[in-house]
Write a protein that binds this ligand. Structure first.
Ligand SMILES: Nc1nc2c(ncn2[C@@H]2O[C@H](COP(=O)(O)OP(=O)(O)OP(=O)(O)O)[C@@H](O)[C@H]2O)c(=O)[nH]1
Ligand SMILES: O=P(O)(O)O[C@H]1O[C@H](CO)[C@@H](O)[C@H](O)[C@@H]1O
Length: 358
């Protein structure tokens, strides 16, 4: 059976000051009415019933997630005791699924992507499910045609074509997580690489086997958690064993070295909404190239991103290519070219003991 696993334990640092520890990016409506996690669950309608959808998030966010996703059974929102990146999250979800459904296939996805064409997304997942059914050890990825030499994505090199219903699918020659700019440029020029969308399909048992061969120590912790499932020692074991895991992403932990990977060329529109400039791609801009969410009065302002609360008037004079974000207790003003440095701003506030605005 097909299960869906939504990863929602990230902090969305690059969307500070809108994204906060208590209400990170995935729980915000940055594009449209629904929050990002709600839109992620909505897109599974007709593909995976709510009983087979799971969210893995940080323990402190479980009740906020359940509030936003009332269709989810309580036990399907799992709280991680600490942040350990995506590999332990995937491993824990796989162990839970494999226990109930040993043959289960899981579609793993981030909680904070915008996918403009949900029908095509569902078709692609169905096609991927068939590829996994045909070959139990196969991992299926979804590749996005790259448009610039991004250093913040994984890259997937395609090899020979595979037979798949209604989609272009290929065997993968190699997977390389976040290459440097020069390497990314070479990949882009070669024309045979995709960006990794961060969405994966595999049998729960296959990814557990992969973690066992590539990350034995992590697997042993996860296995101890699995042994305690459905016993009264579960929460205690989870707290101890999960915290003892050395955190890493599934991309470094498994994908870079796994030998049997297929890629489906994503037939859907995709945006990973990584940082503030995503707002320009997701919203219309005015005649001066400004993207505005909130109440903005512009004098000689061009190419800027303005995000504020509806009742709060933001006035800008003589600025170009800037990001201005207003929230009740914190404001960000930065050139668009420095958007990745929002991480530094968050670090600075942390070091300055300003947890009140993080
Ligand atoms: N359950 C779980 N999900 C995670 C964890 N780390 C990241 N994620 C999720 O995995 C997806 C990809 O993560 P990132 O793009 O790195 O997101 P992020 O950490 O929120 O964003 P930045 O802090 O701006 O890098 C998002 O949906 C995150 O919510 C984790 O430790 N546990
Ligand atoms: O955790 P990060 O930094 O968002 O990277 C992950 O998601 C990227 C797509 O958003 C992928 O391109 C990466 O390979 C990785 O899966």
């Amino acid at each position: 059976m097909l299960h869906a696993v939504i990863m929602a334990g990230g902090s969305g640092t690059r969307f500070w000051p809108a994204s906060r520890n208590a209400l990170p990016k995935q729980l915000l409506a940055l594009s449209g009415e629904r929050t990002m996690i709600q839109a992620t669950s909505d897109r599974l309608e007709g593909l995976v019933p709510a009983e087979r959808r799971m969210v893995l998030t940080n323990q402190a966010l479980v009740s906020a997630v359940l509030e936003q996703l009332p269709e989810f059974p309580n036990q399907n929102v799992v709280g991680e005791p600490c942040k350990r990146d995506t590999a332990p999250c995937v491993g824990l979800a796989a162990a839970m699924i494999a226990r109930k459904d040993p043959e289960g296939i899981m579609a793993v996805m981030p909680s904070d992507h915008v996918i403009g064409t949900p029908d095509r997304f569902r078709d692609a997942i169905r096609a991927g499910e068939k590829l996994v059914q045909e070959d139990a050890s196969r991992i299926v990825t979804f590749g996005i045609k790259p448009s610039y030499p991004a250093e913040s994505f994984g890259y997937i090199e395609r090899a020979e074509p595979l037979q798949a219903a209604g989609v272009a699918a290929f065997q993968v020659a190699r997977f390389r997580e976040k290459p440097d700019r020069l390497t990314a440029q070479q990949y882009l020029s070669s024309g045979s690489f995709y960006w990794n969308s961060g969405i994966f399909l595999w049998r729960a048992s296959t990814i557990l086997d992969a973690l066992k061969s590539h990350q034995l120590e992590m697997y042993e912790h996860l296995d101890r958690i699995a042994q305690a499932m459905e016993t009264d020692k579960f929460q205690e074991t989870l707290a101890v064993e999960f915290a003892a895991i050395k955190g890493t992403s599934i991309d470094y932990a498994v994908m870079e070295s796994y030998p049997n990977v297929a890629v489906i060329e994503a037939p859907f529109e995709w945006d990973d909404v990584g940082s503030w400039q995503a707002l320009e791609r997701l919203n219309p801009s005015d005649e001066h190239g400004n993207t505005v969410v909130g109440s903005h009065y512009a004098i000689d302002t061009k190419g800027s991103i303005i995000f504020g609360q509806p009742g709060h008037a933001i006035v800008t004079i003589g600025i170009e290519d800037m990001i201005v974000v207003q929230t009740p207790d914190a404001t960000l003003v930065a050139p668009k070219s420095a958007e990745e440095r929002v991480r530094e701003a968050v670090r600075l506030l942390l070091e300055s003991n300003r947890n009140d605005c993080l």
